[in-house]
Design a protein around this ligand. Structure first.
Ligand SMILES: [Zn+2]
Length: 349
């Protein structure tokens, strides 16, 4: 993000570091660009996400603002600045030094819709079993995971909620009627919870008694978006107050029971889904729970590399043993070592 003058400790080369590590370990996992992944499915990565896909999930008036036709993308740039909290209430800049920018914020704005592409492609490759070897029904996208954007507003470094946009697009194609979203980022998947609730309220995702999208979020019990300041400003019936179908709040010092509680959550999700079995799962595989993550505000949930490997294998084997295909996305991860847990997991396959 430093190229845009933004001083949030996001490592711009997280994806490259993971790919380097896979090369060094001679990983047999095939790597594809999003363009190549799209061609594999007979699609064009530049046009695969449409306005209808965005309006299926977010408020159409909000999407109208995002599709800002002005050459400078002024409305969208403003939304990006809002999502990254770059402007304080008194108008001064927060974590933003525009003089140090070498690229315009407009470019970051223009990438927002394309960011949903990888999430959708990962889900589709998994669902159509286009993966390789023993992992035919598994695909990991080195991107995606913006799980805070809400129905009609940006939040938490994002403008569009790619997890829900990807899932609902797959469902709209008639390829999956019941999907689990398993979110293990350090932060609560509050935008996802809101969007799924709202679509259910519109009567769009209910078949009988079973929700068509079931959400699970394991996250820090306190800290943004559940910190005192956010909760004081929260609007009833909106994120972050809305619950996921299963929330697993992890308090500081509970790292040693994290995986045990996650397994309990997965078993509960399975029991509450019966008699149905999901056609597909999306795993929001945040790395910001890592003890060496660079975001100071997530330090109260600090898993070791070994605990994270156990977490990821727990989820993958839970799904594979039940024959449930899964698309995975990176989500949060900050600082120079944020690539390590994802690389460690992929190298273990
Ligand atoms: Zn996060």
């Amino acid at each position: 993000m430093s190229e845009y003058g933004i001083t949030i400790p996001m490592s711009g080369n997280r994806r490259e570091s993971i790919l380097c590590s896979l090369d060094e370990h001679k990983s047999p996992i095939p790597r594809r660009s999003w363009g190549e992944a799209a061609s594999l499915l007979g699609l064009d990565d530049k046009t695969v996400i449409t306005q209808a896909d965005l309006e299926r999930v977010h408020d159409p008036a909000y999407i109208g603002r995002i599709l800002d036709p002005s050459p400078g993308k002024e409305v969208l740039v403003k939304l990006i600045m809002e999502s990254l909290e770059l402007v304080n209430e008194d108008g001064t800049y927060n974590r933003y030094e525009p003089k140090k920018a070498v690229r315009p914020l407009r470019e970051l704005a223009e990438s927002q819709i394309y960011r949903c592409t990888g999430t959708y492609l990962a889900l589709k490759i998994a669902l159509e079993r286009r993966g390789e070897g023993p992992y035919k029904d598994f695909c990991f996208c080195l991107g995606g995971g913006s799980h805070h954007p809400r129905y009609d507003m940006p939040s938490g470094f994002g403008v569009l909620n790619d997890p829900v946009i990807g899932v609902r697009k797959i469902m709209a194609e008639g390829k999956a009627s019941f999907v689990w979203i398993i979110d293990v980022d350090a932060h609560k998947g509050d935008g996802t919870a809101e969007l799924i609730r709202f679509s259910r309220n519109r009567g769009e995702t209910f078949s009988g008694k079973t929700p068509e999208v079931f959400t699970l979020s394991a996250h820090m019990a306190s800290g943004w978006p559940l910190d005192e300041e956010s909760l004081a400003k929260a609007i009833p019936g909106r994120a972050p107050l809305l619950e996921s179908d299963i929330d697993i709040p992890i308090a500081a010092g509970e790292e040693n029971v994290y995986n045990e509680r996650l397994l309990q959550g997965l078993l509960e999700m399975e029991a509450r889904s019966l008699p149905r079995k999901p056609d597909l799962a999306l795993v929001v595989d945040g790395a910001d729970v890592y003890e060496k993550d660079g975001l100071p505000s997530t330090s109260c949930l600090a898993l070791t590399l070994e605990q994270m490997l156990e977490r990821d294998h727990l989820i993958l084997s839970f799904l594979q043993e039940r024959g449930i295909p899964s698309g995975w996305i990176m989500a949060g991860g900050y600082g120079p070592r944020a690539w390590e847990p994802t690389a460690n997991f992929l190298n273990s396959l």
